[in-house]
Design a protein around this ligand. Structure first.
Ligand SMILES: [Fe+2]
Ligand SMILES: [Fe+2]
Length: 159
C-alpha cells in the first residue's frame, strides 16, 4: 500500500506539472480535474496506511518534486505528447494495480476496494486522454518510464 501511496503522490504531481505547462486552458482544467482524483486516491491510500499502522515513504518530497518536473517537461513537449504520457502512465499504473489485486489477501476487503476503485479511475483517465488526442510515445520513452516506475516501486518497498 505504501507503493500505491507513492504512486498517487507522483500521479498528482505529474498532472499538476502538466496542467501548469500547457497553454491550452481547456486541457489544463481537465488535467487539474484528474489531479483532484489523484488527491482522493492519495487520501484513501494514506488512510489505509494509517489503519495498517504503516508509514508512508520517507522519499515522498523527492518523488513529488521529480514527478512535478517530469510532468512539466511532458507538458512543454506539446499537448499530444503530454496526453500520450498520461495514457502510458495510467496504463502502467493499471497494470501495477492489477498485479497488486492478485497479491492482496482475499480477506483484506478494504484494501481491495480501494485498489479496485483506483484502477477504474486510472482507466478512465487514460481513456479521456486518448479521446483528447494522445499520441503513442516512442518505445524507448515507454521503456524509460517503465524503468523509472520499477525503481520507484522497489525503493518504496524499503524507504
Ligand atoms: Fe491514482
Ligand atoms: Fe490517474
Amino acid at each position: 500500500m505504501r507503493v500505491n501511496h507513492v504512486g498517487e503522490v507522483c500521479a498528482q504531481a505529474l498532472y499538476i506539472g502538466q496542467s501548469m505547462a500547457t497553454k491550452n486552458g481547456e486541457l489544463s482544467l481537465k488535467l487539474q480535474a484528474a489531479a483532484r482524483d489523484e488527491t482522493d486516491h492519495l487520501a484513501w491510500t494514506q488512510r489505509r496506511l494509517d489503519e495498517l499502522g504503516a508509514r508512508p515513504s520517507l522519499l515522498n518530497p523527492l518523488w513529488y518534486l521529480g514527478s512535478f518536473a517530469l510532468g512539466w517537461l511532458a507538458g512543454r513537449s506539446g499537448d499530444a505528447i503530454s496526453l500520450g504520457f498520461v495514457v502510458e502512465t495510467e496504463r502502467q499504473v493499471e497494470q501495477h494495480l492489477d498485479e497488486h489485486l492478485e497479491r492482496l489477501p482475499a480477506a483484506d476487503q478494504r484494501s481491495r476496494a480501494i485498489v479496485a476503485q483506483m484502477k477504474s479511475d486510472e482507466a478512465r483517465h487514460a481513456e479521456q486522454a486518448r479521446q483528447a488526442g494522445a499520441v503513442e510515445l516512442p518505445s524507448p520513452v515507454r521503456w524509460g518510464m517503465q524503468a523509472a516506475a520499477a525503481l520507484m516501486t522497489r525503493t518504496a518497498h524499503h524507504l
